[in-house]
Structure formats: C-alpha cells, structure tokens
Ligand binder design. Structure first.
Ligand SMILES: [Zn+2]
Ligand SMILES: [Zn+2]
Length: 357
C-alpha cells in the first residue's frame, strides 16, 4: 500500500469515527429522558377530595363528616357540597397532627367541577370560566365523574387548566352501579392525546360508607400548601380501600422499581394499551423503552381485587415534550442526565427528570 492510499484509508477511518460519534450524539439518550411527578418526601398524607354533608344532599353535619374522616385516619378532607362553599380550617388529631379541611365546593352549574383549596367561587354555567377562577384563587380544579355529566374525551380536551379528573367515583360506580371503569378509560384517552392530567379516586359520600376511594399525597411537612402543591404536580397515588399501599417508587435511569405492601398484579399502561403485566408479586420493575408516550401503573391487590393507581410519567421526553406541552424553563433548570433533579416546566409543573448516560 502506498502512502497516498494509507492516507486515504486513515481519512476514511477518521470520517467513519466522526460519523459514528455524530450518530451516537444524535441518538444521545436525551430521547430516553423520562419525566416523573414523583419526588421523595418525608410524609404521605391521606385525603378525601370529594364528599358531601347535609349542607347539600349528604348525611351528617360538616363537623360529623370531618370527625368520621378523622377517626378513619385521614389527614385532609375537602368537603364539596353542591354549590355550597365550605371554608378551610384545621383541627388537631389525637396524634398531635392536624386534620386539614381544604376549602371546597362542587360547582354544578356547568359540568360538575370540584373547587379544592380555593377561595369562594363565582356562579357560571361555563366550565372554563369556573376552572380559570379556581386557578386564579390558588386552588386545584377536579373534573368530577366526567361520564356521568356527559363528558367524553373531546369535551375533556376542550377545556384546560384543571389538574385532576376522577377516574373512580364510588357513589357513581358502586352505589349507582353505573359507568364502571369508564372514567379510567377516558383518562387514557386524555393522556394519549397529550394532556397531562392526574387521576383521583373519591368517595363522593352522600349516604354511604366512607373511605372507599382516597388519595395519598407526598409532603415534606404538615401544611395545606404542601398538599395543594403535590396535588397540582401529581406527587401522589390514589386508591381503593383494601388496595395495596405503595412502599417504594424509584426511577433509576430508565428502570422503574415499585414495591407494594401485598402481593399484587401490576399493569404498565401507556399509549396503545398494556405494555407489561406482572402477576402476584410485591415488587417489580419495568424497563422504559421511550415508546410508551405516557406510562402509568395500575396495581391490583391479589386478595381483594382492589386497585391502586400511580400517576403518569412521560417517556421519550424530547419527542413527547411537544405533545405534552411541557417545556423545560431554562438551561439552569436543565437536566443532568442520570442525575434526577427537580425541574420546573413552563406550565408550572415540578417533577423529576431522569435518563441514562
Ligand atoms: Zn357531582
Ligand atoms: Zn358529589
């Protein structure tokens, strides 16, 4: 081989190496980045986001409702009588903590909308006007039993600004025995359409047992603001009575590890259906491919058949970001790949981004 030929071979090698490097960079694992609403916090607070007293069509005075939930070990309750506003207060519990009653009402002039932790509202038959008012007053809006009030995915996508939607309402689904599972499948349609909404299970107590559907919120401290922040940011799970408690949610690189209290079936659900099923285990993991779009986990207690629902993560973040309308605010809030950090998005949500290096 003459020198010229050698040089050509070297140049080809160099170009090939550069090309490989470029390909590696362009496929850099940014596409594998994952947004998770779960930030580890010291305490888990149990709360009820939808219930009634005799101020509207429930049984028991507001004080009796709060005492009933206090006895059941709740940390917060939002009393949501129909169009009758309940203000906030905090009452001590025997263990020295407090039961917060978040200010609330179920607005029923338009579709039924839970006003949680906001000041008293305005009367309007326009759902968007109500939601805007809730957000402006520092509260969190919850779309109650969407199917029951005739809302389909198109209707849910036509309004914005709400953070929560009910995916399990005991009053509607188990007392009236109606629309069972429909609101959960509406949730999937909304998520698959690129809207990040958190799902909640509620009692909607009227004249029935309490503590059938509730929410477990992660907080640093005994504070109403912390509860509202975590509700807004999806840092909670929601469940049925006798469902499995979650002991661990860990996202390490692109692997999601979950550990629960009892043997359970795990459904890993994303755009297009169930991606993985694990039967009868207490702990499991799922390797995120980045193709899921959103990823949520439904945990079914093997003994009771009752559910626990985790909130959705977004996978393949760079490609999904546009769909989910979440944009990282600034370079300073930017991701260090492999090092989960709290990151603020343009739409105000806080979560953890992780990926592989
Ligand atoms: Zn209602
Ligand atoms: Zn209600």
């Amino acid at each position: 081989m003459d020198n010229t030929h050698k040089e050509i071979v070297n140049v080809i090698r160099l170009v090939s190496l550069l090309l490989l490097l470029l390909i590696a960079l362009s496929c850099s694992k940014e596409s594998d980045m994952i947004y998770s609403p779960y930030i580890h916090k010291e305490y888990i607070y149990k709360g009820q986001l939808h219930c009634h007293s005799n101020k509207s069509d429930g049984n028991g005075t507001p004080a009796q409702v709060f005492n009933a939930y206090k006895k059941l070990g709740y940390d917060f309750v939002c009393l949501t009588d129909h169009d009758i506003f309940a203000g906030e207060n905090a009452t001590p519990k025997p263990d020295g903590t407090e039961l917060f009653s978040l200010a609330g009402v179920e607005e029923t002039h338009a579709e039924h909308i839970g006003r949680i932790g906001s000041d008293v509202g305005i009367v309007s038959d326009n759902a968007q006007v109500i939601i805007n008012d809730i957000v402006a007053k520092g509260g969190v809006a919850n779309i109650c039993h969407p199917h029951l009030v005739g809302m389909d995915a198109t209707a849910l996508l036509a309004i914005t600004g709400y953070d929560l939607m009910e995916i399990k309402n005991y009053m509607v689904e188990d007392v009236w025995n109606s629309y069972k599972g429909t609101d959960e499948s509406l949730w999937d349609q909304v998520l698959a359409s690129g809207r990040l909404v958190w799902g909640v299970a509620v009692d909607d107590t009227h004249v029935m047992d309490r503590d059938l559907g509730f929410t477990s919120v992660m907080v640093y401290a005994n504070s109403k603001d912390e509860i509202l922040d975590s509700l807004r940011n999806g840092n909670f799970y929601t469940m049925e009575k006798d469902g499995s408690l979650i002991n661990k949610i860990d996202l390490v690189g692109t692997t999601l590890y979950i550990e629960v209290s009892d043997a359970s079936d795990f459904d890993f659900i994303g755009s297009g259906g169930v991606f993985q099923k694990n039967i009868g285990v207490k702990s499991t993991y799922y390797k995120i491919t980045g193709e899921e779009g959103y990823l949520r986990v439904r945990i079914t207690n093997s003994a009771s058949g009752k559910h626990t629902w985790m909130q959705p993560m977004i996978t393949g973040l760079n490609s999904s970001m546009v769909n989910y309308n979440v944009k990282i605010l600034s370079e300073t809030g930017r991701v260090v790949i492999g090092s989960p950090i709290a990151t603020l998005f343009e739409d105000g949500r806080v979560g953890v981004i992780t990926g592989v290096s």
